[in-house]
Write a protein that binds this ligand. Structure first.
Ligand SMILES: [Zn+2]
Length: 159
């Protein structure tokens, strides 16, 4: 049996889509929502997959430190990175890809969650990033633990 729970973390961040060619190439920001879907095979003595407070501590802790009130940029975006370095103080997080909702969800699922959940006995199976109330992207793992899909709801991502 597998049991799944979800913890939602809200944060604000700026970004731009490098070489987008449209308005998403301007510096702008979103009130993001990140949904972390966590699964485990058994419950503890209290009857929980894992304490929601522990998930909040782990996920919100990482988001607050790295992404909340930061600018998230593509590592190829030298112009944007150099511009932000002029700002004091500067909070910037550089991704290996454009900071779309799709790539942010994938990054959290593949790079961040395994580190945060190490030793907890639970696994993050799916991360959804809501960029607006109407648009989200999600990255999920199949039963073998491979990246399965990136799905989009609503209109094409307006980033
Ligand atoms: Zn955007």
């Amino acid at each position: 049996m597998s049991l799944s729970i979800m913890r939602r973390i809200k944060f604000c961040a700026g970004h731009r889509l490098y070489k987008h060619g449209g308005k998403c190439e301007f510096f702008h920001g979103h009130n993001y929502v990140a949904d972390f879907h966590v699964s485990g095979d058994e419950v503890d003595d209290v009857g929980r997959v894992i304490d929601f407070a522990e998930l909040k501590r782990l996920f919100k802790g990482w988001i607050d430190e790295h992404w909340d009130h930061a600018f998230i940029l593509n590592e190829d975006d030298d112009n944007g990175i150099n511009a932000l370095k002029q700002v004091v103080p500067c909070k910037m997080y550089v991704l290996p890809t454009n900071p779309t909702a799709e790539s942010m969800a994938t990054y959290l699922l593949e790079k961040v969650c395994p580190k945060l959940l190490k030793g907890t006995g639970v696994t993050c199976r799916k991360v959804a990033i809501w960029e607006t109330e109407d648009s989200f992207a999600e990255a999920s793992l199949d039963s073998a633990g491979n990246l399965q899909s990136i799905a989009e709801l609503s209109e094409p991502m307006v980033s």
